[in-house]
Write a protein that binds this ligand. Structure first.
Ligand SMILES: [Zn+2]
Length: 66
């Protein structure tokens, strides 16, 4: 997966009228989306992988904290 993955719901109001917000993409910080319902523009960015995704106790996504 590269570029922009499709969102399905606005994280603020829950509406489904989301459109890509062009011209504001910043490399490494994700791509912006605009919600046509609440007019918010927000960014979705990749943080990382959880270190214990399967069968382990919940842990911090950052390393070196154990
Ligand atoms: Zn919204």
């Amino acid at each position: 997966m590269s570029g922009r993955a499709a969102l399905h719901h606005c994280p603020y109001c829950g509406d489904e009228d989301l459109v890509p917000e062009e011209g504001a993409g910043i490399k490494g910080q994700g791509y912006p989306w605009a919600c046509l319902s609440c007019t918010r523009v927000f960014r979705v960015s990749y943080v990382g992988l959880r270190s214990a995704s399967f069968g382990g106790a919940p842990s911090s996504p950052t390393e070196g904290t154990t």
